[in-house]
Design a protein around this ligand. Structure first.
Ligand SMILES: Nc1nc2c(ncn2[C@@H]2O[C@H](COP(=O)(O)OP(=O)(O)OP(=O)(O)O)[C@@H](O)[C@H]2O)c(=O)[nH]1
Ligand SMILES: [Mg+2]
Length: 562
């Protein structure tokens, strides 16, 4: 009952780990990804099967480099050739499991290694199935699994070997006097330590003259790696007899296995050592993963902060450019000035209206009417300002992202796709047009509430609208030289014109409303420019809630063990 509860909590923890994502290459992310996938594999391939059937036979997986003699060791243990050995490397590609006929049923179902099909009879050479052999010479309560090599050039072999080793209660690691210091085997041995898997090392083919030194050197290496509990079973180099290692040389392995054979308690002890070790390793490993998930969130937030800083700079730039009249080219202002006139606006109004009605001249001269010229100018200049500010913000974001390895990673992996410039131009155009429509609506609404409505309308909504636009942009600050005078004077004239039509209070409200509406639209455009960066920073990012539920899943495992 207790293992059932434990099984369920571990399954839940596995599902939580399955959700963990480390999209940003922050320092430690690579290690966290690896630990996470190892942990998931260990839970699925080992912990859950073992917890489901605590009484299933001890699974000893025989692993090691190609040619070390794994198949020869398995055959010698059983006393006949169940697994083909050979001179061509690698020989074993199909995993072969040998167990007592009374125990074979434990392995026929999908309790362990559910992704591998089962086969019987004579093993097909290239199948990825788990080949089952029943042999009465194998002690009850034990299964030996001859695995493909861990280091061959055949990738599927290596992957299969890792998967098989992950499912073991016990690793029987076979190496030779010639190769025991190779790098790859030690990577696997360190994994055994990480997982706390029970381990025995078979040191095969030790020449007579090396018997004094090599086994003790290997024991010393194991001790240095924190694996001093692993027995070293030394097999001296002797000619094989019908492919099997003669009994005398094989004695250390045989005796060690007998100790498991004779004693169900010893087997259970091996099983429990690996099980308890695996469970004990969970908090440390899960906590490391949780910490790295937090680092992911922090890094994504920091990237987002950099985006926000760059784009709030762009917002300020745009706001500044919209003030001070710098937005209106002096030529257009001059035309406007000339059109509206100076001095007493109301006295000039009548002549302005008649000039305005005389649009024919302007059409003939090919120049657009002055109100349209103002609108076109406004549109063109706002577009230039917004595009420049947005480009600069994108550049600044990319530059600050490049300063971190994970930011650079996002850029180099092509995960940031800024909006195309044409899209921004089109959006600015659309928004400015819409804003100009809003200004005209405001003017119309204002005109309708006022006595002066008639006069305003006779001047034309478009002309009054142009005056409002100029009033919005014309603040004297930020201009230099002659433009100040023109912008200032023109602004003043436009202002007076509007005040004469609507009264100062209404004009102030009108221009403020128009300005706020424009800024809102332009801020929206800049936000849309920031969007792809924000999205890239947070794509697949873990959430605090996920980390919380990962930790609480670990908590329930710990509680179930009490
Ligand atoms: N003399 C001698 N030869 C051995 C011994 N162990 C293995 N061999 C030979 O070494 C070669 C490789 O042995 P295998 O048992 O096929 O090696 P393996 O580890 O299963 O290799 P893979 O299946 O390729 O991973 C064969 O030719 C064996 O006959 C031994 O103890 N003494
Ligand atoms: Mg083999």
């Amino acid at each position: 009952v207790q293992t059932q509860v434990l099984h369920d909590t571990v399954a839940h923890l596995g599902a939580e780990l399955d959700r963990a994502r480390f999209p940003l290459d922050v320092p430690g992310a690579g290690q966290a990804r690896q630990i996470c996938s190892e942990l998931i594999a260990q839970i699925e391939d080992y912990l859950l099967p073992r917890l489901r059937e605590i009484n299933a036979p001890l699974l000893a997986v025989v692993g090691g480099s190609t040619g070390a003699g794994k198949s020869t060791v398995v055959n010698s243990l059983i006393g006949r050739t169940v697994s083909v050995t050979g001179v061509l490397r690698p020989t074993t590609t199909t995993p072969i499991l040998v167990t007592h006929p009374g125990d074979i049923h434990w392995f026929e179902g999908d309790r362990i290694l559910p992704t591998l099909a089962r086969s019987t009879g004579s093993p097909a050479s290239d199948s990825r199935a788990l080949h089952l052999i029943a042999d009465a010479d194998v002690p009850r309560g034990l299964a030996l699994l001859d695995a493909p090599d861990i280091d061959s050039i055949v990738r599927t072999n290596r992957e299969l070997a890792s998967q098989l080793l992950a499912s073991a209660d016990l690793w029987m690691f076979v190496t030779t006097a010639a190769r025991y210091a190779d790098a790859v085997p030690w990577e696997f041995l360190r994994q055994a330590r990480e997982r706390s898997t029970a381990l025995a090392v078979v040191l095969n083919r030790v020449p007579q003259e090396a018997l004094d030194q090599v086994p003790s050197h290997l024991a010393e290496m194991l001790r240095r790696e924190g694996l001093e509990d692993a027995p070293v079973l030394t097999v001296s180099e002797v000619p094989l007899v019908e492919g099997l290692i003669p009994e005398r040389a094989f004695e250390p392995v045989r005796n060690w296995l007998r100790s498991l054979d004779a004693d169900a308690g010893a087997r259970a002890q091996v099983i429990m050592k690996t099980l308890v070790g695996a469970l004990d390793s969970l908090p440390r490993r899960v906590e490391l993963i949780a910490g790295q998930l937090e680092a992911q969130i922090a890094a994504a937030d920091a990237l987002r902060g950099e985006v926000e800083e760059a784009y709030s700079g762009a917002r300020m730039e745009v706001e500044e450019s919209l003030s001070g009249g710098s937005l209106l080219r002096s030529e257009v202002l001059a035309r406007w000035h000339e059109f509206v006139g100076t001095g007493d606006v109301m006295r000039n109004l009548q002549s302005a209206i008649s000039r305005f009605r005389d649009r024919v001249t302007e059409l003939v001269s090919g120049r657009p009417p002055v109100d349209r010229a103002v609108r076109i100018e406004v549109e063109r200049n706002i577009e230039a300002v917004v595009v420049a500010a947005s480009d600069k913000a994108a550049e600044r974001t990319l530059a600050s992202w490049r300063a971190s390895s994970h930011g650079r990673g996002l850029i180099e992996q092509g995960r940031v796709r800024p909006n195309p410039p044409a899209l921004l131009r089109a959006s600015v155009e659309g928004e400015v047009r819409a804003w100009q429509g809003t200004v005209l609506d405001l003017v119309r609404a204002q005109g309708a509430t006022k006595r002066e409505a008639g006069r305003a309308m006779s001047l034309g909504v478009n002309v009054v609208g142009a005056a409002v636009m100029i009033a919005v942009f014309a603040h004297t600050g930020g201009l230099t030289g002659g433009e100040v005078v023109i912008a200032g004077g023109t602004a003043a004239v436009s202002q007076r014109l509007l005040e004469a039509l609507f009264g100062d209070e209404a004009v102030r409200t009108l221009t403020m409303t128009a300005r706020r509406d424009l800024l809102k639209r332009l801020h929206g455009l800049l936000d849309a420019g920031a969007e792809p960066f924000v999205r890239a920073a947070h794509r697949d990012s873990p959430t605090a809630a996920e980390i919380e539920s990962l930790r609480s899943a670990l908590g329930t495992v710990e509680a179930a063990r009490k």
